[in-house]
Design a protein around this ligand. Sequence first.
Ligand SMILES: [Zn+2]
Length: 474
Amino acid sequence: MRSYLLGIALVMAGAPSAFAQRPTLTDGAKRFVAIDEPVVVLTHARVIDGTGRAPTEDQTLIMSGGKITGLGKTGSVDIPAGAMVLDLSGKTVIPGMVGLHNHSYYTTSAGRVSQSNFTAPLLYLAAGLTTIRTTGANNPYAELNMKRALEQGVLPGPRIFITGPYLTGPGGTSGSMVQLHDETEARRVVAYWAEEGVQWLKFYTGVSRAAMKAAIDEGHKRGIKFTGHLCSVPHREAVALGIDGLEHGLFANSDYDATRVADQCSTNMMKSFVGLDVNSPEVRATFKDMIARNVALTSTLVVYELFVANRPPLEQRVLDAMSPDARTEYLISRTRIAEVPNAGIPLDVFKTGMKYEYAFSKAGGLLASGVDPTGNGGALFGFGDQRNVELLVEAGFTPVEAIQIASANGAKALGIYDKTGSIEVGKLAELSIVNGNPGAQISDIKKVETVFKDGYGFDSAKMIEATRGLVGVR
Ligand SMILES: [Zn+2]
C-alpha cells in the first residue's frame, strides 16, 4: 500500500497536464483567427452533441471564457449583453473531434518520411480535430518540441497526447524504432520516456510478450498507457498482459491466424481475415476480453482503403495539399493497386474489417477513430480523419454514431471526457461550425468553416490554404 501511494504521488507530480493555459498567439498564428471575442453566441444552430443523442434543431449555444456556458432552444436562452452573435441557420455544430491514431509525421508512397510540424497541426485543426494522440513518433523530440510550440501559441493546432517512439522486437522493421531485447531493456526504455513527458507508448509488430509485459508493468507505475499495432502478440494475449488500447481494428490482430508461432509475426495474418465470421465464438471472445478490460479499439479504415482497388479517388483539396512528389507517388501507387493482381487488400477483407469494428461497438466496445497518415500517402492529416468518419457510416453506423466515435469515444479513451469530446454545458468550447447537415449526409463533415478552441474561432479555409503543396515537405 505504501509503495502504491508513493507511486501515485510521483505520477501526479511528474505528469504534464494535458490542459495547458490558453496560449497567447504569435502573429504567425493570429492570421488564422476568425473570431476572438470573450463571449460568442451561436443561434439557430443544429447541434450534434457527440453523446449519440439525436440532433437538436434551432439551438442557441453560448461560449464564454473558452467554455460552453449555455445551450438550449433559441429564444429560451438569455443572450449576454455585448456578446458576438452568429446566426447559424442551415449550419450544424459538432464537437471537436478527438483523433486516436494520428501522427505528426507523414510517409509518401515511396517511403520518404516528413516530420510535419507545420502542416499536421494546421490540417488537424482545420478538419475539426481539437485533440489528437500521436500514435507512435518517428522523431519523438520533434514531436515534443511541436507540442510545446503549440502550447506557446506559435501555430494553431490540436491538444496533443504524445506517444513516444515505437517499441518493437529485435530486428524490428523501421530505423527509428526501439528494439526491445529483454525485460530489463523494456523497463529502462519506458522509464526514460516517462521522464521525458510522453503519455502513451506504442508497441509495434515484432515485440515479444515478455518485453510487453515488463514495459506495461513499468509504464503503468509511472502513469503511462500503452497501445499497439501488433502482429507477434495477438490481441487477446495483449489484453491479458494489460495493454490499454489496440490499433487498426481487425487488421493488426493475429488472434485468428492458426499458423502463428509465439512471439513471431506471421505473414499469414491477412489470410486469416478471409471469410472471417465476425459473429464467430473466436471473435466474440476477443471482444469479451477487450470490453472486460476496457481496452479501446481504434478504427483506421481510411489508411487501409487506400490499398483496395478502385475505391473513390481522393478529393482535389487533398491532392492540392500534397507536395508534387508526394502526389505523384500516391497516384502511381493507386494505379498499381488497381492494375496489378494481388497488389493490394481484397475488397472482401476490407469489408470484413468494417463489420468487425461495427460488431465490436455493438457488443459494447469502445471504438475510436483516427487517420494514420502513413501507408501510401493518401491519408492526410485531418482530411483522412474526416474520411474515416465517412467510412464508419459505410460500415453501418449512423452519422450520429460515427460522430460520437470520432469525438466522445476518443475523449473517453484518453480519459478526458469530463472536459471535452461532447457539446455540453460546463465542458470546454471545443467545437466546429459545419456548413450543412452531417447528421443527414455525413460527407458534410468536410464542410468545416470555423473551429473553436482556447476561446478562439479559427478559420478552417485559411489553415488549409496555408498548407497547400506542403504535405510531404514540412
Ligand atoms: Zn500509425
